[in-house]
Design a protein around this ligand. Structure first.
Ligand SMILES: [Mg+2]
Length: 256
């Protein structure tokens, strides 16, 4: 971005008044909203579970999508760890090795499903439009995967070009690096950022960056007790309906 912080702030205020008619207090609490992608913008975690169920069943380990969700996603929280941990558990139980490229196969299988199966999180588009603050995306996925997902879900134009990936920093979530990088690129102070996260590692990372976290547990992959995990990790508030988000951003006390 080429604008100075001062001109950025001025343009943000102008946009706020024009777009949303949100209360004055909104602009005083936060300068930037940082969205996680998987499970917050797009309902992708369940597709990963589906791809796993099919592949594991094919390799002689019959399992349903819901069983993958309950057994593996619950303990790992994130797709990357789901893949690794599922492999270890399945190999131990089967007494055989899955193919060396199993991880790559899983990621590819999930991505191939995106154009026909990936949905946006209900009401996320309205929530994005209603929040009159600068916004960006900070995700553990590659830039290619994030762009592909947002495009398939019809959200790319609402958030591009402010999309940041863990591949752009040294340490991904739960380290604070990605959140700090996103804030720096968007010229926002960390304490003036609110992060929307659906995972405990993401929440931990955002808190380590000095930011405020709102925990979302409305994705298809969220099991009972998910909100408790997010609160235990340090989320200031939790919610399961994106229609609540604009109000939460306007009323939640910031770290700054
Ligand atoms: Mg997520």
């Amino acid at each position: 971005m080429t604008t100075s912080p001062e001109s950025e702030a001025l343009s943000s205020k102008a946009e706020t008044v024009r777009v949303t008619r949100t209360p004055q207090s909104n602009r005083q609490r936060f300068d930037l909203v940082i969205f996680d992608c998987d499970g917050v913008l797009v309902d992708s975690e369940v597709i990963s579970c589906r791809a796993h169920a099919e592949a594991l069943t094919r390799h002689g380990y019959p399992i349903t999508e819901h069983q993958v969700l309950e057994r593996f996603l619950g303990i790992s929280d994130r797709e990357a760890r789901l893949i690794v941990e599922a492999r270890l558990i399945v190999e131990a139980e089967l007494g055989l090795r899955l193919p060396d490229d199993f991880e790559a196969q899983m990621k590819q299988a999930a991505l191939q499903r995106y154009p026909t199966e990936l949905a946006d999180i209900p009401h996320i588009g309205e929530a994005i439009a209603a929040i009159g603050l600068p916004k960006c995306v900070a995700s553990s996925g590659t830039l290619e995967k994030i762009r592909h997902g947002l495009t398939c879900a019809g959200l790319y134009d609402a958030l591009a070009p402010h999309i940041f990936s863990a591949t752009q920093v040294e340490h991904g979530k739960p380290a604070p690096d990605l959140f700090l990088f996103a804030a720096e690129q968007m010229r926002a102070s960390p304490e003036r950022c609110v992060v929307i996260e659906d995972s405990a590692p993401g929440t931990t990372g955002a808190l380590a960056a000095g930011m405020t976290v709102l925990g979302f547990h409305g994705g298809s992959h969220c099991l009972p007790g998910h909100a408790d995990k997010l609160r235990a990790a340090g989320a200031t508030a939790t919610f399961d309906d994106m229609q609540q988000l604009p109000g939460l951003v306007a009323t939640t006390a910031g770290a700054g």
